[in-house]
Ligand binder design. Structure first.
Ligand code: 5RP
Ligand code: MG
Length: 222
């Protein structure tokens, strides 16, 4: 990759577009990538992508649709609505990955494989053979809520994925204090949702300050 540092990505996972627009407005200058999160994509659909593309023409825009089937149709919907990157679940059939990848190429976009659930390094090799260049290493919300932290096992798998040729984005309840854990990983981007939003449940955040803190950590370690 020719980027010198990992990107910072905000995941917009609110159920309504106006909250998402408010969240991203506060941090847009500090992030490289804007994600229409799975929650927002389900709730507001392609309209959310089109609106964000209009408001933020220069940012990389991701549709985190975690698609598992109908790769061609769903990928085309997202890319045609302004996405640069579209996520495909690791459980998708390899033919779904190939279809989504074909569409990505037509739009000059990229597919990212979301590494949820069961997958193997052999799967990763197949994704790469299909032309996929990116994956997202994901600690699920539910795993995080159950107290699952980042460990040696995660770092080892990340290194193996890099060796296979995948650029890796890292996500799942990430906060600035976590960034140092990944200092030896060639991360594509750090994806933060709740940490960068202006609220997390009833707690009010200052997303802009947290974004600056992420940047400080990224500048320090890369
Ligand atoms: C959940 C997601 C989220 O967008 C991602 O995990 C970032 O959100 P958070 O930082 O709140 O975990 O894809 O499946
Ligand atoms: Mg997401």
């Amino acid at each position: 990759m020719n980027q010198t540092q990992p990107y910072l990505q905000i995941a917009l996972d609110s159920t309504d577009l106006s909250t998402a627009l408010n969240d991203v407005h506060h941090v847009a200058d500090a992030v490289d990538v804007i994600e229409v999160g799975t929650v927002l994509a389900f709730s507001e659909g392609m309209h959310a992508l089109k609106t964000l593309r209009q408001h933020y023409p220069q940012h990389i825009l991701v549709c985190d649709m975690k698609l598992l089937d109908a790769g061609e149709t769903l990928a085309e919907m997202a890319f045609a609505s302004g996405a640069n990157w579209v996520t495909v679940g690791a459980a998708a059939h390899i033919e779904t990955v190939r279809s989504a990848q074909r569409i990505a190429q037509q739009f000059n976009g990229e597919i990212q494989i979301e590494l949820f659930g069961h997958w193997t390094i052999e799967d990763a090799k197949l994704w790469v053979e299909s032309g996929v260049t990116q994956a997202i290493y994901h600690r699920s919300r539910d795993a995080q809520a159950a107290g699952v932290g980042w460990g040696e096992h995660d770092l080892l798998l990340m290194e193996q994925l890099s060796e296979v040729g995948l650029e890796l984005s890292i996500t799942g309840g990430i906060v600035p204090e976590d960034i140092h854990l990944f200092k030896n990983i060639r991360a594509k981007s750090f994806i933060a949702g709740r940490a960068l939003a202006n609220h997390d449940g009833n707690t009010i955040h200052d997303g802009k300050t947290i974004a600056r803190e992420f940047r400080k950590q990224i500048n320090h370690y890369w």
